[in-house]
Design a binder for this molecule. Structure first.
Ligand code: HEM
Length: 84
């Protein structure tokens, strides 16, 4: 999918009930279906719902993880020119 969202739109999806979107680099991921199978746990993911989690992501994962899960979890990108 190639939808684009503003950071404000992403921030409206900060809980599992609302989709639990997170930003990694310039992409938007929907995590609500994945929280319970996340090897790092649900809690840590819920804490970054609606936010840019790039820093946290790159601290614990590598490129390979992002490539593997993007087809399943990526729903779009952050609108070009939008301030993070
Ligand atoms: C698209 C988003 C994410 C995916 C697909 C994902 C997937 C995974 C996977 C597959 C692992 C197992 C270890 C590995 O294979 O490297 C893992 C571990 C972990 N993840 Fe995530 N993760 C995501 C986002 C995040 C975020 C945003 C955080 C922090 C806020 C986080 C924190 C952790 C932690 C702490 C571990 C455990 C690392 C360890 O045991 O050494 N993850 N994640």
């Amino acid at each position: 999918m190639s939808s684009s969202y503003t950071p404000a739109q992403v921030s409206e999806h900060a809980s599992v009930e609302k989709g639990l979107w997170i930003i990694i680099d310039n992409d938007v991921f929907q995590m609500d279906q994945f929280v319970d199978e996340h090897p790092g746990g649900a809690k840590i993911l819920k804490r970054v719902g609606g936010k840019d989690a790039s820093k946290q992501f790159w601290k614990y994962h590598n490129e390979h993880v992002l490539k593997k899960y993007s087809p399943k979890l990526k729903i779009g990108s952050v609108k070009e020119g939008a301030k993070l």
